[in-house]
Every structure is written in C-alpha cells, then in structure tokens.
Design a binder for this molecule. Structure first.
Ligand code: FAD
Length: 455
C-alpha cells in the first residue's frame, strides 16, 4: 500500500465510527469523519438527559485494544444482576453470571465524547454538522453538505466506511445496486425515556443492578448514572388496550403507573411531565448484505441494527471494529480482499445476535418473572459451576465470553434441547449432583453428534 492509499473517510462519528477512526489513526491512516451532529465536546452535556448503555466484554475488549479501557473505567457503574420489581414493589435479585461477572452502565454521550477526543488527539479530522446524502461506491465517493445548506461537495478516499447508524446514507445508496439485500422490521412496541433523580444526594435504588419491572407484554427498566440518577425506559405497545395510544391524558398516565409500577411513583417527581418530556421512539431491526461494494463498507448499526434487549448493539459494533482491524492487519490492509471477507465472515454473527436480541425481549418482559424459567436458570448455573468449560449458559456466552454470537445461538439451542427433554430431572424437584452430571453428559453427546454431522 502506498502513502496515497492511506486516506479513509468515515461517515458518522457515533460510537462505532469514532472507535474505528481511532483504530485506523493508530495505524497511521489519515482519517476524516463526517458527522451530522455538532461537536460533542462543545455540547452542554449537563443540560441534556443522560442516556446510558450496558457495556460488556466484547465492547471492553475493543476499548482495551486501542488503549482506552483505563480512561473509560471510572465512568462505568458495574451491574452484577437483574433486580426484578413485582407489582407489590417486592424486589428479587438474579445474578447475571458467576461471582465477579458484571455488565457496566455507561453514558452514551460520555463514552462518545471520550472517543471523539481521543481520535482528535491522534490526528483524526472530524467535520461536524456535515451530513452525507449519497455514496457512489463505483468511485468511492461521498456527497456531503453542511447541515442546513443545500450545496454539497464530493470527496473520495481509498477506503470509505459507513458508520452512520440505523438509517445509514451509505446503505440507502447501496439499495440501488443489484443483489443488495435489505430488510427492516419494526417492533409493535416503542419506547420512551424518563429519569429517576438522586434522593437525598444518593441513588434512590441499589445502583449495582439493572432494575426491571416485567409486566408480560411490556416492561420498565432503569440503569444507574454516575450522577446518582437512573435513566429509565418504558417499552410499551404503540396501539391496543394497554398502549401509548391509550394513555391520553394525565389521569390515564397516573393510573397506568399506579396499576403497574406503584413503586416508581414516589421516585419520579412530576411523573406526568417527565413521561411527556421525550418523544416515543421506535425499535428497528436492520439486516443487510453484502456490507461492501468496491472500497465502501458498512459497519455497526448501519449494517446490522438490532433491538436493545441483549444490550449488544454497541458491543457488537465495537467487536466489528476489533475483528475488522485484525483481519486488516492479517491481510496487510489489502482492502479489496478484506472488505468482502469481513462482510461474509461477520454476517452470520450479526444475524445471530439480531435473533437473540428479539428473543431476549420476551425473556426480559415476561419470563424473568416466571418460576419455571428462573428454576432453569438456577439449574444451568449449577451445571456451569460443576462443568465450567463444558456448559456455559447462553447469556454468559454472549455477555462474558469471546464465543462468536452464532456459536452462542447454536449452543443455546442444544442446551434448550437437553433441558426440555429432561424436565423430569429438574422442573419439579431440585436436581442431585448426578442429575446435573447427566444433563451435562447429554449436552456433551449432542455436541459430539453435531460436530460429527458437520465433518
Ligand atoms: P450510532 O450510535 O447511531 O451513530 C451513528 C452516527 O452517525 C451518529 O452520530 C449520527 O449522527 C451519524 N450520522 C447518521 N447519519 C449520518 C449521515 N447521513 N451523515 C453523517 N453522519 C450521520 N447497545 C449496547 O451495546 N448496550 C445497550 O445497553 C444498548 N442499549 C440501547 C438502548 C436503546 C433504547 C437503543 C435504541 C439502543 C441501545 N443500544 C445498546 C444500541 C446502541 O445504541 C447502538 O448499537 C450503537 O449506538 C451503534 O453505534 P453506531 O455508531 O453504529 O451508530
């Protein structure tokens, strides 16, 4: 590769775009990022609401890879498990994994600002308030204009990355290319964000858990922030008897909270105003393929946006960056080989986490309050304790391991099969150690059979 080929354009300086910019700048690429929004370093973040995300192993691995783990660490609040709230306000704690395993609540704005600052420090050129309307992949060319203006300028680069999120302009341009597959589907649920302020200068609830109020077809969740507030999200159907549409006036809103979330009412002063503060946002899944044409490639949400119920959207996007850069180094930055290969190798994992995220919606809003489900989780944890290398629960594989998402999806199905076929050992009684060993052995047999079938 000549020096002339070291220029890269990234569309979107969100979480994934700015992390990839850091990766490439560390390898001495000249990176320009066009970002629609204003410079986050100049934004009054205190004035805005703090939206937080769960950061777990895959995301941390990528941050560590670019040397940012220690910088981000002080901003993280560990959440060791789910704290379930029933209708009577009683809570129940369910650990996410083994002792010492946890996910982390982190501010989206805060993390994005750290990434942008770091990228700029090492020479990335961020052009804020510039929006891309079109990408011509035959020429590796982007058309960009300043927000609010109509005249655009064209820019080319040896590598053009579309990290411009779920409604990507690059992906929109790909849709005119024959044989580009694209699928977009919305949930019948939307979401709105609210906030629980600190109480007497401290957290109003236990900060070391992800709080969930599961109510069957809908749920309310809360994640802690470093300023001792919680960011809450209500996931609720758009239409129907119990829906956003049915909450017409203040009385309806108060009655809804009194009926389903009575313990939240004292935690949120001006509950009705708080409820109305934010628009109802939608939940979309995007599948696309291939992710690359010529030297233009989609990454992160632009290629595979998922619903947020496994807490893996950002984590998978960060893992995209990690794997992409590994491949790039292995193949000596030969983009013509790397782009199609990354796209076809990563696709199955993007599809797997997309399925798992949808499945986890049902688990979070419904099953986490179900006795049989909880029993199964306990039994699986006990098998894992006895056979840590053989049986890793699916949640742990996704959240705390480096197993690929597609392996986690597949192995989880084998675990389902073993647990479903042997319910008599664990559903209505406590399994003995030899029952647990039997379940593990059955799983081992299934793994061997499926391996043999694949040879
Ligand atoms: P984005 O963060 O959307 O960034 C895209 C950037 O591109 C933005 O800055 C945007 O301004 C810019 N842009 C867009 N269009 C253009 C254009 N045409 N020209 C120039 N710039 C453009 N993930 C987790 O891992 N854990 C969680 O707990 C979690 N919780 C979530 C909760 C909710 C309610 C939602 C909606 C998502 C959640 N996610 C979570 C998912 C996570 O937010 C996304 O996966 C992640 O932000 C994707 O990063 P990205 O950089 O690909 O896209």
């Amino acid at each position: 590769m000549t020096d002339n080929e070291k220029d890269v354009i990234i569309l979107g300086g969100g979480l994934v775009g700015s992390l990839l910019a850091i990766y490439l700048a560390q390898e001495k690429f000249q990176v320009t990022v066009f970002e629609k929004r204003p410079d986050p370093r100049k934004e009054d973040l205190e004035a805005g609401r703090s939206i937080n995300l769960a950061l777990s192993r895959r995301g941390i691995k990528a941050l560590r890879d670019v040397g940012l783990e220690e910088i981000v660490k002080p901003e993280l609040i560990p959440m060791t498990g789910r704290i379930m709230h029933d209708k009577n306000g009683k809570t129940n704690y369910q650990p996410y994994g083994k002792k010492g395993q946890y996910i982390n609540s982190v501010s989206r704005n805060g993390l994005n600002t750290v990434l942008v600052k770091e990228a700029i420090k090492i020479g990335v050129d961020f052009i804020f308030e510039h929006v891309c309307d079109r990408v011509d992949s035959r020429k590796n060319e982007v058309s960009v204009r300043k927000v609010g203006e109509s005249e655009s300028t064209r820019h080319t680069a040896s590598l053009v990355i579309g990290a411009d999120g779920a409604f990507s302009a690059m992906r929109r341009s790909f849709q005119f290319i024959p044989r580009f597959d694209f699928r977009q589907s919305y949930l019948n649920h939307g979401y709105t964000e609210m906030s629980i302020p600190p109480k007497n200068g401290d957290f109003a609830m236990d900060p070391n858990g992800l709080h969930i109020w599961p109510r069957g077809n809908f749920m309310f969740i809360a994640l802690p922030n470093p300023d001792k507030s919680f960011t809450c999200t209500l996931f609720y159907p758009y239409e129907g008897e119990l829906s956003f549409e049915s909450l017409k006036d203040d009385k309806d809103i108060l009655k809804f909270f009194a009926d389903y979330f009575p313990d939240i009412i004292p935690l949120i002063p001006n509950l009705v105003d708080e409820f109305r503060l934010n628009p109802i946002a939608h939940l979309v899944t995007i599948n696309s393929f291939p992710w690359a044409f010529n030297r233009c490639m989609l990454i992160g949400d632009a290629s595979h946006a998922i619903v947020p119920f496994y807490g893996q959207g950002m984590n998978s996007g960060f893992e995209d960056c990690y794997l992409f850069m590994r491949l790039a180094k292995d193949l000596n930055y030969d983009w013509d080989e790397i782009l199609p290969r990354f796209s076809s190798e990563r696709k199955k994992d993007a599809d797997a986490i997309s399925r798992l995220a949808l499945k986890n919606f049902i688990e979070m809003r419904d099953k986490v309050a179900d006795k049989a489900f909880l029993k199964r989780k306990k039994v699986e944890a006990a098998i894992h304790e006895l056979f840590p290398n053989l049986w890793v629960p699916q949640y742990s594989m996704v959240t705390f391991s480096d197993h690929s998402y597609s392996d986690a999806d597949y192995i989880g199905k084998l675990q389902d099969q073993v647990m479903n076929e042997n319910k008599m050992l664990w559903e209505d009684r406590d399994p003995t150690p030899s029952d647990l060993a039997y379940l593990a052995e059955k799983f081992n047999d299934l793994m061997i059979t499926s391996l043999r079938d694949h040879l």
